[in-house]
Design a protein around this ligand. Structure first.
Ligand SMILES: Cc1cc2nc3c(=O)[nH]c(=O)nc-3n(C[C@H](O)[C@H](O)[C@H](O)COP(=O)(O)OP(=O)(O)OC[C@H]3O[C@@H](n4cnc5c(N)ncnc54)[C@H](O)[C@@H]3O)c2cc1C
Length: 474
């Protein structure tokens, strides 16, 4: 303890108040454990403040403007003007409602909230250092600790974030005016979501990607639907090029890239968004004090009960590894709290859904056909193109498909890939089906409301068994 410290004791200390941390804290408090949650910034973490929620708010704003501007065929003639400052203020209001809600829920469940950066002092003590001169620190003695410190955007050499010319996703979500041109480095899901937002708001967007396709973790027939629509929106892709450096020029900036052949290209833009991935935050924790190692990518290794190599220290959310998604972190938070409370909880990762809020959206869960084969299944697939969906036609959104992957001998659903409007919602039904051990027959026999996009799920299941009515069976 340092001089001036106030020392308190707690059953469980949670470090980080993002979705993984606040979920862990609330669940642990529900078991009548004494819980202290330390957060250095705002409750809600990246997800609520600079990630999932703000980005989806701007996706809604950009979609609304774009739909209004492109609805001539429907007899709607509008020329919307967008005030990004007002849109961002609305987005901030949405964020405030949610972060305020998290604070109320923590307090109502009896979680003690501490503002400040927590670091380990020894195996049973964290020190919480309060911001600002003379604010001091306090020591918290704990029985169990849950590390939920999340992740931060990766910087690339030569492109230090300055919030003015060189932006991280966090900066891009707070812009007050629409840039005329934007160069996006990285065509992963954050790069693609934000490229789509700005292209729909009227920005001239160029995406530079080192690999040779967008969304490289997805199957090519999934990502190609999104790429083609992005190109229709005017987004220009430069594949096989890596960003090298930049310089101020003519009131904007020029970015130099290197091609696979070693040639140098250059692109002018008003701003650059670097979206090349995220790295776990462990450097704020003084992990040496508890002798806890990270892996070669900086993540804290955990078992299926979220335990680290130390019996009484748990790690959840982004800091515990892929997939770096809010809902995966929340589930891990629940499991950590339940394990600490002596419950027989463990993680079951067979059906973690993922969504990309591009145009159209992508939703995936479970195994692809290739992965199913690799795991020794005999997969059968069924597919329903959105152009055969009555509801998709009435939405004027007919690109994409719903695909289900099942084990042919047993009929059990193993995975699904959806690229369609509202794919982020449709994938929930398929995740539930996998979790419940549903078969193709179960999904095909489930009566779906007409006309809805979810009918495509039923049709894809029937297509896999040769019973589809609205598409030709395979
Ligand atoms: C632009 C963008 C869009 C995204 N969209 C989605 C999406 O649509 N869906 C989805 O599932 N995921 C999305 N994500 C990812 C999602 O935000 C993260 O997976 C999620 O926030 C991880 O939760 P976490 O609790 O592990 O970490 P975080 O949310 O990062 O929270 C960690 C918290 O710990 C605090 N902290 C760090 N060190 C300390 C310390 N020493 N002491 C005290 N506090 C500390 C940090 O201030 C932070 O508040 C998006 C991310 C970005 C950037």
């Amino acid at each position: 303890m340092v001089v001036g410290d106030i020392a308190t004791g707690t059953d469980v200390v949670v470090i980080g108040g993002g979705p993984a941390g606040y979920t862990a804290a609330i669940r642990a408090a529900q078991f009548d454990l004494d819980v202290t949650l330390a957060e250095t910034n705002a409750l809600g973490g990246t997800c609520l403040n600079h990630g999932c929620i703000p980005s989806k708010a701007l996706v809604t704003g950009a979609n609304t403007a774009h739909e209004a501007a492109t609805a001539e065929e429907l007899g709607i003639h509008a020329d919307p003007s967008v005030d990004l400052g007002e849109m961002v203020a609305w987005k901030d209001d949405v964020v405030d409602q949610l972060t305020g809600g998290v604070e109320k829920l923590c307090k109502a469940n009896g979680v003690n909230l501490l503002e400040g950066r927590a670091e380990f002092a020894d195996e049973n003590t964290v020190r919480v250092i309060h911001d600002g001169e003379g604010q001091g620190s306090e020591s918290v003695e704990f029985q169990d600790a849950i590390i939920a410190t999340g992740s931060r955007p990766i910087e690339i050499p030569g492109f230090a974030f300055d919030g003015d010319r060189i932006l991280s996703s966090r900066h891009a979500l707070a812009l007050e005016s629409i840039p005329e041109s934007l160069l996006v480095v990285g065509a992963g899901y954050i790069g693609m979501e934000l490229s789509t937002v700005f292209a729909k708001l009227g920005t001239d967007v160029t995406v530079v990607e080192m690999l040779d396709d967008v969304l490289p973790t997805y199957e090519s027939d999934v990502s190609s639907v999104v790429k083609e629509r992005a190109q229709q929106l005017g987004i220009d892709f430069q594949f096989g090029e890596s960003a090298q450096d930049w310089e101020e020029m003519d009131g904007g900036i020029t970015v130099h890239t290197e091609t696979e052949e070693g040639e140098i290209d250059e692109y002018g833009a008003e701003k650059v968004l670097v979206a090349v991935g995220r790295t776990p935050i462990t450097d704020t924790l003084n992990l040496d004090a508890i002798d806890l190692d990270t892996d070669d990518r900086g993540f804290i290794p955990t078992d299926d009960r979220t335990r680290t190599t130390l019996d009484h220290v748990y790690a959840v959310g982004d800091v515990a590894g892929d997939p770096m998604l809010a809902h995966k972190g929340m589930k891990e938070g629940e499991v950590a709290a339940e394990v600490i409370a002596g419950e027989p909880a463990a993680l079951d990762y067979q059906a973690i859904p993922a969504a990309v809020f591009t145009d159209p959206e992508i939703g995936t869960v479970g195994l692809t056909e290739t992965e199913a084969k690799e795991e020794g299944f005999e997969p059968v697939v069924g597919q329903m193109p959105m152009r055969a969906s009555g509801r998709a036609l009435t939405l004027e959104e007919t690109d994409g498909f719903v695909r289900v992957v099942a084990d042919e001998p047993s009929g059990f659903l193993l995975g699904a890939q959806v690229v369609a409007p509202e794919a982020s919602e449709l994938i929930g039904e398929l995740g539930l089906a996998i979790e419940m051990g549903a078969t193709l027959e179960d999904v095909g026999a489930t009566i779906h409301t007409h006309p809805t996009l979810s009918e495509a799920v039923m049709e894809a299941a029937e297509n896999a068994t040769g019973k589809a009515i609205h598409t030709l069976n395979r």
